[in-house]
Design a protein around this ligand. Structure first.
Ligand code: FES
Length: 152
């Protein structure tokens, strides 16, 4: 979907102009656009008569909000305790190097985005990563290249 100022305006204009609208408004923007773009922050800020810093301040407090577009496939690396002690951080660094992006970013070809979370709920399989809805346990750096090839 094309992100035009008019489209963003349309998305937010159903909400009442009051500070309490900021969260539901951002949730709706993310639902429709997939992320909170700088343009959306600007529009929400003008609409609610709040500064962009205030909008960012609220949005960055909640982990549900993302500020970059999603790739076609989302990679989530677990950095919870069980995964951390079994090399989750090393996996994440290897993915950053392989994809040439930082955590929280999307590759230039929009194929993958990369995120880290505190626990994926399958600690016995540590270290774990998830691609879209697929869980991969007992992961190792050496398996990354072949795994990513499955996702076009
Ligand atoms: S700590 Fe990684 S799945 Fe729970």
């Amino acid at each position: 979907m094309e992100l035009t100022p008019e489209r963003v305006q349309e998305i937010i204009s159903d909400f009442p102009v009051e500070p309490g609208s900021v969260i539901p408004m951002l949730q709706h923007v993310q639902e429709v656009l997939g992320y909170i773009s700088p343009l959306a922050v600007e529009k929400v800020s003008k609409f609610l008569k709040m500064t962009e810093n205030e909008i960012f301040g609220v949005a960055s407090f909640y982990s549900q909000f993302r500020f970059i577009p999603k790739g076609r496939h989302s990679i989530t690396v677990c950095l919870g305790t069980a995964c951390h002690v079994r090399g989750g951080g090393i996996l994440l660094e290897a993915l950053e190097r392989h994809l040439q992006i930082k955590t929280g970013e999307c590759t230039g070809d929009k194929r993958f985005d990369l995120e880290a979370v505190a626990c994926l709920g399958c600690c016995a399989l540590a270290p774990v990563l998830k691609i879209d809805e697929d869980i991969y346990g007992n992961m190792a750096v050496i398996k990354i290249r072949e795994l990513l090839e499955k996702y076009e």
